[in-house]
Design a protein around this ligand. Structure first.
Ligand code: NDP
Ligand code: 8X3
Length: 253
């Protein structure tokens, strides 16, 4: 039977690349995002390959998430895969200068939005004794960096939430995965720097980075592993990204 995947944050970056890869692989798709024009354009493209149901939805809006997922058309209402990808970073200021509204927005989107989508769709998966939730965390949930403050913390939530979900669905056949990408070129930095294209481009300039397709390939592979195989976490960086030494501060003499 044709499988169905729900992808949040499908209007750009990893989510959009997943939409194309999963469509090519024969999945029916539910694609979610706030920007209607982009969803419409993507729907027209993907419809050449597969059945698509677009949902204009802000994952921060709890009731709307439940309304949308409880009222999926019958062809889409037994999803096999949920890719909890919608997310963002806002700002790179140190914690003592960061904007509290940005912090709340990251928690509302990366943590609470992901929770709402999960809570809406997980009961059906448990009842059907199959299904796979693939969360898009980040290596920022594992490793601190200056300015990573609330963004990294929100992704650490995603990591531990994923592990605890695994514990809760033990024995049901439902699979849970957390994918933790490193440096990748998408609209992520444009959003983080609030539309400052110069700053975003400078970050990627001359630096090896992951592409949305690299991550989509990994997510598709993860989704297609046999039922008895659960990838718990998968951290991936470009080869030319690695850790740096711990910082030691010395007072000037
Ligand atoms: P993009 O900015 O290119 O894509 C983000 C997607 O999330 C967009 O489709 C956007 O759609 C959607 N989105 C954001 N907020 C909401 C919301 N409130 N409701 C619904 N959809 C929303 O960035 P990426 O593709 O890079 O980001 C995807 C995920 O990957 C994020 O969770 C990010 O944290 C994570 N990540 C990114 C890395 C990178 O270096 N790029 C590395 C590690 C993790 P719209 O605006 O239309 O709603
Ligand atoms: C995005 C990767 O290093 O910009 O999650 O935080 S990073």
């Amino acid at each position: 039977m044709t499988k169905t995947a729900i992808i949040t944050g499908a209007t750009s970056g990893f989510g959009q690349a997943c939409a194309y890869k999963f469509a090519q692989d024969g999945y029916k798709l539910v694609i979610v995002g706030r920007r209607k024009e982009r969803l419409d354009a993507l729907t027209s493209e993907l419809s050449k390959t597969t059945q698509v149901h677009p949902i204009v939805l802000d994952v921060r809006e709890r009731q709307n998430v439940f309304d949308a997922f409880y009222n999926l058309p019958s062809e889409f209402n037994q999803p096999d895969i949920l890719i909890n990808n919608a997310g963002l970073a806002l700002g790179l200021e140190p914690a003592h200068q960061a904007n509290l509204d940005d912090w709340e927005n990251m928690i509302d989107t990366n943590c609470k939005g992901l929770m709402y989508c999960t809570r809406a769709l997980l009961p059906g998966m448990v009842e059907r004794k199959c299904g796979h939730i693939i969360n898009v965390g980040s290596m920022a949930g594992n490793w601190p960096y200056p300015g990573g403050n609330c963004y990294g913390a929100s992704k650490a939530f995603v990591q531990q939430f994923s592990r605890n979900l695994r514990s809760d669905v033990h024995g049901t056949g439902v699979k849970i995965t957390n994918i933790e990408p490193g440096f990748a070129k998408t609209e992520f930095s444009l959003v983080r720097f609030k539309g400052d294209e110069g700053r975003s481009e400078t970050l990627y300039e001359g630096a090896e980075h992951l592409s949305p397709e690299d991550i989509a390939d990994i997510i598709l592979w993860t989704a297609n592993t046999p039922n008895h195989v659960n990838i718990n976490t998968l951290e991936v960086m470009p080869t030319n990204q690695s850790w740096s030494a711990l910082a030691i501060h010395k007072d000037e003499k």
